[in-house]
Design a binder for this molecule. Structure first.
Ligand code: SF4
Length: 200
């Protein structure tokens, strides 16, 4: 119990510091922290996960807040809406070149990355594995989507030097395998079991 409270305190403190960083990062471009979070998510997610609905689920914010943020970012020329080729009802949110530059400049100065870079690579990997396990447990508890990358997903396949997704039945480029995905489903490396999270 004591350990879990200590862990919670550490994670909350890190979260607070990151929120502070987001406030600072957006200031130069007149952006609120939520706008920075939207830009950050869009720079990290794959082409199936850049919809307003995925954004709302990933950030845990209402669809109304997402709509307002999209309007602000679109008016500033940082993102654009692109209709899905197969389903005209679906809109994808894509970073414009200016948006990409804002993300690039903002995160080049980010204290978080600089601090992480100073930790030994092995320690970073260990921490990432432990935090991924914690996230897996929490997403199960909340019956939420995990939003992970391909290499930790049970649908990911790698054969004859080719990557593919068994769920979407499509080949994947190497660069796509490192992107956040709303269809992601953790493979639990510690127990060897996997679990499908309910994706409405
Ligand atoms: S393998 Fe998993 S994470 Fe990768 S695209 Fe498919 S569903 Fe998404």
């Amino acid at each position: 119990m004591k350990n879990s409270q200590h862990l919670l305190g550490l994670i909350e403190r890190i979260g607070n510091l990151l929120r502070l960083e987001e406030r600072e990062l957006g200031k130069a471009d007149g952006l609120q922290p939520v706008h920075v979070q939207v830009l950050e998510y869009l720079s990290l997610c794959n082409r199936f996960s850049n919809t307003p609905l995925s954004l709302s689920r990933y950030l845990g914010i209402s669809k109304g807040t997402v709509s307002q943020s999209v309007i602000v970012l679109e008016n500033k020329g940082l993102i654009k809406k692109v209709q899905d080729n197969n389903d005209r009802r679906i809109v994808h949110l894509v970073l414009s070149e200016t948006g990409k530059n804002v993300v690039k400049n903002a995160f080049a100065n980010e204290r978080w990355s600089n601090t992480c870079e100073r930790l030994p690579a092995q320690q970073r990997e260990r921490m990432a594995e432990d935090l991924a396990q914690l996230l897996l447990e929490l997403t199960r508890q909340h019956s939420m989507q995990s939003f992970g990358v391909c290499r930790t997903c049970k649908y990911f396949t790698y054969e004859n030097s080719n990557y593919s997704c068994a769920l979407l039945q499509i080949p994947l480029k190497a660069s796509e395998t490192a992107k956040l995905c709303h269809e992601h489903c953790f493979f639990d490396s510690k127990t060897g079991s996997d679990e499908s999270l309910s994706v409405p």
